[in-house]
Write a protein that binds this ligand. Structure first.
Ligand code: PYC
Length: 310
């Protein structure tokens, strides 16, 4: 299994070039469901330690249905197969350029939630035009054991987010443990109470939004991912969901650009245009760097060949 590792604002992406399971043909959403239901050992073995690392997202290249796309891709972390990944798409575009498979310019990539567009403006800088994103519930309040009363919005950006803006606790690098514990408690309580998408989709990510001490930044966020690790980047799908909330609240105008940083200070430039169904079409610009080219080896006698399961 040949892989290329990159990072986008510190958040790792592992592109799997070959050797993955045969998911058949047909819609990517169905192939992603097959991956989730039948090949957990595969994706955990690639993501979990000792072969993988916390926060890493896998990008399995598959044949696209849409012939105008340069590739299809299915994203996952050690917690779940996910619909779309913004930082992963930036990493994937930079990786495809590194391999000589695409040039600078605009390309289409098919994901389980729809086709996204990437504009590679130099070997490391990518603008992703994401699928239409929307807020589905505003000002949802509930009690969280150990945390008290919390209020936030449910929004979709290719994954399902519960967004607390303003955050109940400071978003700062020295507070990551407390932020992680609080976000896990909020996600688990929301899901236990049936708070989620309009079709009953569970919350898979939680975002805390805070002011940034950097005057060049609009805001700073902390994002919890399904694997219980925090996103080192500002999270492309999460930023998309947040843009939908800012527009819905009249706190941002269409076409206005803001720069948001992650809890470790990596920036994305963000803006959006109106979507055809009342939501927003997000534009996310960030940078990725290739870190490694490698071949994964699965030794039948290795007791940890499928990852460390705790
Ligand atoms: O950038 O959309 C994103 C993302 C999702 C999970 C980790 N990063």
């Amino acid at each position: 299994m040949d892989i290329i590792d990159s990072h986008t604002g510190g958040e790792p992406t592992r592109v799997i070039l070959n050797g993955g399971p045969d998911l058949g043909s047909g819609p990517l959403a169905r192939r992603a469901q097959t991956l989730a239901e039948e090949y957990e050992d595969f994706y955990l073995s690639v993501m979990l330690e000792p072969r993988g690392q916390p926060a890493m997202v896998g990008a399995l290249l598959v044949e696209p249905v849409d012939p105008t796309c340069v590739t299809g891709v299915i994203y996952f972390d050690a917690g779940a197969v996910i619909g779309m990944c913004g930082h992963g798409t930036i990493g994937l575009a930079v990786t495809l350029f590194h391999l000589g498979r695409i040039g600078l310019g605009t390309h289409r990539i098919e994901t389980p939630v729809g086709v996204v567009e990437v504009l590679l403006s130099d070997p490391n800088t990518v603008t992703v035009t994401n699928i239409e994103s929307r807020r589905v519930h505003a000002g949802v309040s509930f009690d969280v054991p150990g945390l008290g009363h919390v209020t936030g919005d449910v929004a979709y950006g290719g994954n399902w987010f519960f967004i607390l803006d303003p955050t109940p606790l400071p978003v700062a690098p020295n507070n990551i443990r407390a932020l992680t514990d609080a976000a896990i408690a909020i996600r688990d309580t929301a899901n236990a109470q049936g708070i989620g998408g309009e079709g009953g989709e569970p919350i898979d990510h939680v975002i805390f939004q805070d002011a940034s001490p950097n005057p060049d930044m609009h805001s700073r966020n902390f994002v919890l991912c399904p694997d219980d690790a925090y996103d080192r980047s500002p999270c492309g799908t999460g930023s998309s969901a947040r843009l939908a909330c800012l527009i819905a609240d009249g706190r941002l105008k269409f076409g206005e650009e803001i720069t948001q940083e992650s809890v470790i200070g990596s920036p994305y430039r963000l803006s959006c245009t109106p979507g055809p169904n009342g939501g927003v079409i997000p534009s996310i610009t960030g940078q990725a760097f290739v870190m490694a080219e490698g071949r994964l080896i699965f030794d039948a006698t290795d007791p940890f060949r499928n990852g460390i399961r705790t």
